[in-house]
Design a protein around this ligand. Sequence first.
Ligand code: G3P
Ligand code: CA
Length: 351
Amino acid sequence: MAGMWRAALALIMVAGPAAAKETIMPAAKPIVIAHRGASGERPEHTLASYTLAIEQGADFIEPDLVMTKDGELVARHENNIADTTDVASHAEFKDRKTTKTIDGVKMTGWFTEDFTLAELKTLRAKERLPLLRRGNTQYDGQFEVPTLREVIALAKSAAVTRGRPVGIYPETKHPSYFASIGLPLEAKLLVELKAAGWDRADAPVFIQSFEVNNLKALSKQTKVRLIQLLDAEGGPADKAQPSYAAMITPAGLKEIATYAAGIGPAKVMVVTNDGAVTPLVADAHASGLKVHPWTFRAENFFLPAGLRSGINPAGHGRLEEEISRHLAAGVDGFFTDYPYHGVQARDRHSR
Ligand code: G3P
Ligand code: CA
């Protein structure tokens, strides 16, 4: 026994506390996933947003991933960067404005796949929801678009500084589309995870996707845990998939369990806006799947009517109460734009 402790101590002294702890995620407690960082309080998908989330105690930070023209993965919620960067004010990129159809939706803007990483790095992030999150606009123009590599480096260095695990929860965005233009996301993601030493089942990583085929393919290439995202309506963008409604039947969940470790459903699929608990958590657990619903936000605009405070859509209502309802329903973690409140609600529940 003394030898075992000596070995552990040696590991900590040589490699720092994170090397010893980074794979020991808090399995007993539901995990708090910082959705696009602490995006309620900083412009989403910036190192500042992720840093604040870690300071507030988030277990995981969530980068949504899209690709640049030169094959680098960057953190943006969509490849159209018109709403989350200052690209429109860059005269040198005026001629890059274009119209594309992505997953059946026609949109006009500027797209990451038309920019090199060096070009993207000249842009600065801005708040997506200035009417709901006016306070965040003070940070407009300050922060770069981060690469996945920078997000991983941040998580690793924060784990060392804080002496606790900090994981990443990347989402592949529009994977079929990116594959169709010759810029598949998955191979590069696996390269980056391998470079980080995070290509293992016990790495502090979950990979998520709303599509099915890329998760099925990933399940054959990596042991990193995979999460099937599910929406309350519609179905995956990749072809020949069942609807999300069919995927949450017991048979559908059993099928998901053949390639994924869990599901990430829209929050109303777990607890309805009237506060009723659906069978989803029990059914998913019966198939051995973890359940991580999204997305918990403080603004009245996003809360069920009974949890709002006042009538201002930007005002904050009873977010922690909403999270507590889901924790009582048995979820294993959750995505929130407000990790501070997420940690408060989780710790109260787990006491
Ligand atoms: O990934 C979980 C949740 O983030 C899915 O929604 O649109 O915010 O990426 P979205
Ligand atoms: Ca996401």
